[in-house]
Design a protein around this ligand. Structure first.
Ligand code: COA
Length: 155
């Protein structure tokens, strides 16, 4: 998968599949974003399903990424989504999610799930605006003990 896009806020980006040398930038963005992943886990998920891991590039620099996994029930799950803090609010996150959902639809997968920190109101707002609905709450979901809101969307 590779596509050029201009976000709703006018940032020109390329969305393409993750490649192994991208892992350094992915980890830099992940560290700014307080996600729970580690490089080994991301590379494992990439090996399991390479098309589920995409990056957004601006002028040949990775500025965001999305990682999806497939659930045993055959649904999609957004495992991680993050944008370089310098580029947040520019529509990159929304564009990455749209590209990820296009991959799921092509595979005839019609449901996508995700978990989001209770305190992460910015991401919750993005997900709601994209049609996600709250379906549950998982206490102590994250390593630091914070709970997660579970959300689901019909594609
Ligand atoms: C969540 C995240 C990926 C969104 O990426 P982004 O590129 O900044 O998001 P977008 O610019 O596409 O914004 C999409 C929507 O998010 C919401 N949003 C974005 N920035 C916001 C802000 N500063 N305050 C409130 N809402 C905001 C808005 O609803 C926005 O829609 P709008 O622009 O139409 O109003 C990014 O903020 C991020 O990397 N956060 C840290 C990691 C994280 O929380 N990941 C999600 C874990 S579940």
């Amino acid at each position: 998968m590779e596509l050029m896009a201009i976000t709703a806020k006018g940032i020109a980006i390329k969305i393409r599949n993750f490649e192994i040398p991208d892992i350094r930038r992915v980890m830099e963005i992940e560290e700014q974003s307080f996600l729970d992943g580690d490089a080994g886990l991301y590379l494992e998920l990439y090996e399991e399903w390479p098309e589920g891991f995409m990056v957004a590039e601006k002028e040949d620099k990775v500025i965001g990424f999305v990682v999806m996994v497939l659930t045993p029930e055959g649904e999609g799950r957004v495992f991680a989504l993050a944008v370089d803090s310098r580029y947040r609010g520019g529509g990159v996150g929304r564009t990455l999610l749209k590209a990820a959902f296009a991959v799921l639809r092509k595979m005839k997968i019609w449901y996508v799930l995700l978990e989001v920190r209770v305190s992460n109101v910015v991401a919750q707002r993005l997900y709601r605006s994209m049609g996600f609905a709250e379906i549950g709450f998982v206490p102590f979901y994250y390593k630091d003990g914070e709970g997660a809101i579970e959300m689901r969307k019909v594609l």
